[in-house]
Write a protein that binds this ligand. Structure first.
Ligand code: FCB
Length: 477
């Protein structure tokens, strides 16, 4: 008899009926420039904050860097062929800012742009819709040296860069994401320091978050003016935040973390204001003096869609007097003003990142954005899981990852059934890659990458996903 106190095993498919997604549902997979391209010095590319950070001792596991990564820069046509074999309808990639505008200001670098022009042409040639993210964390190092995202001017530099990319690719790329996960750029980059540039100042993190959003708004205005037909959006990483108990103190802890993780970005972008409770919580950190008249109007420039990255849920509790708060990532300082909140683990199955697997949280997240914020089309622009993979007889049987996708796609379908205008889903990731501070030690890919030989092996989840796309849904289990 099974032990009811034990959590269910990872990798077991939930039982469920066959489900079909709406016609035209956009099935894709996502990657990011620094995580896969390599070719760090090719064709005039200059360092980004991630080059500097990963080359600094002690910043990444094993001292891993993105110098070579998946060598996608040189293997791009083969990688696109692989995407076509999987039947992807869309591919979400990011443009490396220091590749196309070395140093982060001035003229475009034709050699750098040429790579993305070839990529886009290759995708279109295979009937794959290109989905372009402008900023997936690789700020040109000279802009960081000039103050980075806590400095207001970086927002203007970002809008110039957006214009330059629109001029080169706007005739062929329909879907545009300005920023990927500004929470990570701001609060991991400038708060906890777990991500590049590795700074640790709560007020800087809050300023960075604001200037990232300002850059987003300015970029949307520039893109809209030059490409009125483009579909423009932002990608935010959202978490349901649940109190550990029904005590008022735990409810307040959840409110605070929800404000910092979710509403810090959703409110300015979709409502044109910062939440009052967030500003009160941050009173000891900043007086929000960096917010100028007109900023929130720029930040809330209308969009065509919202991208949501979903991985897990946060369960939090109020601090217990005399007890140290549980460590969260490297330091709790990615929650300025709320560093004493405890992040609680529930003992449910986790991925190799130790992130709890919580498919119902995806339904909650999608429903909340639709109910509380917007009627705009929503896209899951990332969702996936790291697990330890082993190659046996040239195959990788990743049932755990496959089951993660299955349960989250069933959740996505349930959200559609509840009236959420979800229009597409991008698996993270197409292939194993440089997982930021974790280097190459965490594998998120549907395609296995042997980093010595650069051989790609589609895992079981890739073949399964190809079948999901083919039937536009899931078979009964
Ligand atoms: C997201 C990032 C992505 C990848 C996944 C696992 O936060 O956008 O680059 O690292 O997590």
């Amino acid at each position: 008899m099974s032990d009811p106190t034990r959590p269910p095993a990872v990798g077991v498919l939930d039982q469920g009926p066959a489900i079909t997604f709406p016609p035209g549902f956009l099935w894709g997979a996502a990657t990011a420039a620094y995580q896969i391209e390599g070719a760090a010095t090719a064709g005039g590319r200059t360092p980004s904050i991630w080059d500097t950070f990963s080359h600094t001792e002690g910043r990444t596991v094993g001292g891993h860097t993105g110098d070579v990564a998946c060598d996608h820069f040189h293997r791009m046509p083969d990688d696109v062929r692989l995407m076509a074999e999987l039947g992807l309808k869309s591919y979400r990639f990011s443009v490396s800012w220091p590749r196309v505008q070395p140093g982060g200001s001035g003229a475009a670098n034709a050699e750098g742009l040429d790579f993305y022009q070839r990529l886009v042409d290759e995708l279109l040639g295979h009937g794959i819709e290109p989905w372009l993210t402008l900023y997936h964390w690789d700020l040109p190092q000279p802009l960081e040296d000039a103050g980075g995202w806590p400095a207001r001017d970086t927002a203007a530099r970002f809008a110039d860069y957006a214009q330059l990319v629109a001029d080169a690719l706007g005739d062929r790329v329909r879907y545009w994401t300005t920023l990927n996960e500004p929470w990570c750029s701001a609060f991991l980059g400038y708060g906890s320091g777990a991500h590049a540039p590795g700074r640790t100042d709560g007020a800087d993190a809050v300023r960075a978050g604001h200037h990232l959003m300002l850059g987003h708004g300015l970029a949307v205005q520039a893109l809209r003016a030059s490409r009125p037909d483009a579909q423009l959006g932002i990608t935010v990483n959202l978490y349901p935040v649940t109190p550990a108990t029904d005590s008022p103190a735990d409810a307040d802890a959840a409110r605070r973390i929800d404000a910092l993780a979710n509403r810090f970005f959703l409110d300015p972008v979709l409502r044109g204001s910062y939440p009052a409770d967030l500003q009160a919580d941050l009173a000891s950190v900043t007086d929000f003096g960096h917010v100028r008249d007109g900023d929130l109007a720029t930040i809330s420039t209308p969009l065509d869609l919202v991208g949501i990255n979903y991985y897990s849920r946060h369960v939090v509790a109020a601090p217990v007097e005399g007890e140290q708060p549980e460590a969260y990532w490297r330091a709790p300082t990615c929650w300025p003003g709320s560093e004493d909140v405890r992040f609680v683990t529930r003992g449910v199955p986790v991925t190799d990142m130790d992130w709890e697997i919580d498919a119902p949280g995806l339904v909650e997240t999608l429903e909340r954005v639709h109910r509380d914020y917007t009627d705009l089309p929503l896209y899951v622009t990332e969702n996936g899981s790291a697990f330890v993979d082993t190659v046996v007889d040239g195959q990788v049987d990743d049932t755990d990852r496959l089951a993660y996708f299955d349960s989250h796609l069933r959740a996505a379908h349930a959200a559609i059934g509840a009236g959420v205008p979800l229009r597409g889903y991008f698996a993270w990731s197409l292939m194993d890659n440089f997982e930021w501070a974790w280097g190459y030690t965490k594998r998120f890919g549907m395609v296995y990458v042997d980093y010595d030989s650069q051989v790609r092996i589609p895992k079981s989840s890739a073949r399964w996903y190809a079948e999901v796309i083919r039937r536009n849904g899931l078979a009964a289990q």
